[in-house]
Design a protein around this ligand. Structure first.
Ligand SMILES: Cc1ncc(COP(=O)(O)O)c(C=O)c1O
Length: 401
């Protein structure tokens, strides 16, 4: 992995200040570029929301606002507050996710957020009750657990038995009930198939199935129109450095042709993107504290582990990585270092699950050098076990190059 020169300079500066380096470095200019580029290339009606769960650091929210994201996809009240603090208005928030609490729904209804994406009948009835009490109405989308999925995706959110949405097979029971709740304005569907999809055709196929479902619902339920269709997130990034990145231009062209084919012009199409917007903006940089050989394999122990960067262990993958050599002297003559070999990287936690990378080939590295993991801007610190063993949190340094 090539570390951009301005990031390497910052790593060196930070590492030379005498303290053990353990930090995320973010360059939010990349997020802005991606939002601007999507806004230009997507067909009319497509709206780009930032899925703040990918990285809730205020700099990411500020960048999304500055770049012209339509809004923020939230999945908790905490995320709502972060978005509002960054300058987004409640009407720019869309709320997805199972298990929304009464307090969370109350806040949404009282603050007039744009849409609540209903995940169950209980949620629909709860919102109805809240709306009656508040004398309000609420725009909603219905999240459907479609009867299809994308098999080679990192994580699937539909198909099979899922906690997300209402099964497509139960639609004919659930939809009439939801339509009968008179404070809920049914605006359309949310069908999020999968995360981390690199193949554009797979995601487009999902869009086509969602369009088919839309047509079926509109044909069967008189007067019902889905004027918002939310495809969730899903644009993948090339963690395994295969050279095949997600191609947003091909997606835009495919979606545009499909909108025309189905005569769906004039509707809203929502993309709630996290990974593709944020991953490239972050590097997890952690100092090598120890190196030793255990039964023939080098074990490299870093300052931070799954408490700070859990993705590689959770997803059983290696992120792209590089070493920034700091040329520190040895403590004693026999001190081990790495020379052209495949090694294991872990953190300081007392669990063998504390893996950062395994069987990764390293040219040269020694104690005091910095292991740098790329594509760490999305689901990095935010999905890690921060308090396990109570180490200090890593620093988060932001540049806007
Ligand atoms: C409802 C919803 N929308 C959007 C996203 C963002 O997905 P991605 O990071 O794949 O773009 C997620 C991720 O889990 C999600 O659950």
């Amino acid at each position: 992995m090539q570390i951009p020169s301005h990031i390497e300079t910052l790593i060196r500066q930070q590492s030379e200040n005498g303290q053990t380096l353990n930090a995320y470095i973010y360059d939010t200019a990349r997020l802005k570029k991606r939002i601007i580029c999507l806004n230009k290339m997507m067909p009319e009606g497509v709206e780009v929301f930032y899925a703040v769960k990918a990285n809730p650091h205020p700099a990411f929210l500020n960048a999304a606002l500055e770049a012209g994201a339509t809004g923020i996809e939230i999945a908790s009240l905490g995320e709502a507050h972060k978005a509002i603090d960054a300058g987004f208005r409640p009407e720019q928030l869309i709320y997805t996710g199972p298990g929304k609490s009464l307090e969370e729904l109350t806040w949404c209804v009282n603050n007039n957020i744009r849409t609540i994406h209903i995940e169950s009948l209980v949620e629909a009835h709860r919102i109805q009750k809240l709306c009656i009490e508040a004398g309000k109405t609420q725009d909603i989308l219905l999240r459907i657990n479609a009867n299809f999925d994308i098999h080679d995706a990192q994580t699937t959110f539909s198909g099979g038995s899922k906690k997300f949405g209402i099964d497509e097979e139960q639609l004919d029971i659930a939809l009439p009930q939801i339509l009968a709740l008179d404070t809920l304005n049914f605006r359309g569907l949310h069908v999020y198939a999968a995360s981390g999809v690199l193949n554009v055709d797979d995601l487009l196929h999902n869009c086509e199935l969602v369009f088919d479902l839309t047509q079926r619902i509109e044909a069967e339920y008189e007067g019902v129109r889905c004027d918002i269709i939310d495809f969730g997130g899903g644009f993948g990034v090339d963690y395994e450095e295969t050279g095949h990145d997600f191609d947003p231009q091909a997606y835009a062209e495919g979606l545009s042709a499909m909108i025309e084919k189905y005569h769906f012009q004039g509707r809203h199409f929502v993309l709630e993107l996290g990974r593709w917007l944020a991953a490239e903006c972050g590097w997890f940089c952690t100092e090598i504290i120890d190196i030793k050989t255990s039964r023939g394999k080098k074990q490299v122990i870093c300052a931070g582990g799954i408490n700070h960067f859990r993705r590689p262990a959770a997803l059983a993958i290696n992120h792209p990585m590089s070493i920034v050599s700091m040329g520190r002297g040895k403590l004693f003559a026999g001190q081990e270092s790495i020379h052209q070999e495949k090694v294991y990287f872990g953190g300081p936690l007392c669990t063998s699950a504390d893996k950062l990378a395994n069987d990764v080939y390293i040219e040269e590295a020694g104690i005091g050098d910095i292991a740098v993991f790329g594509l760490a801007g999305a689901y990095g610190l935010t999905m890690s076990n921060n308090d396990f063993l109570s180490h200090a949190k890593p620093k988060e340094l932001v540049v806007d190059s």
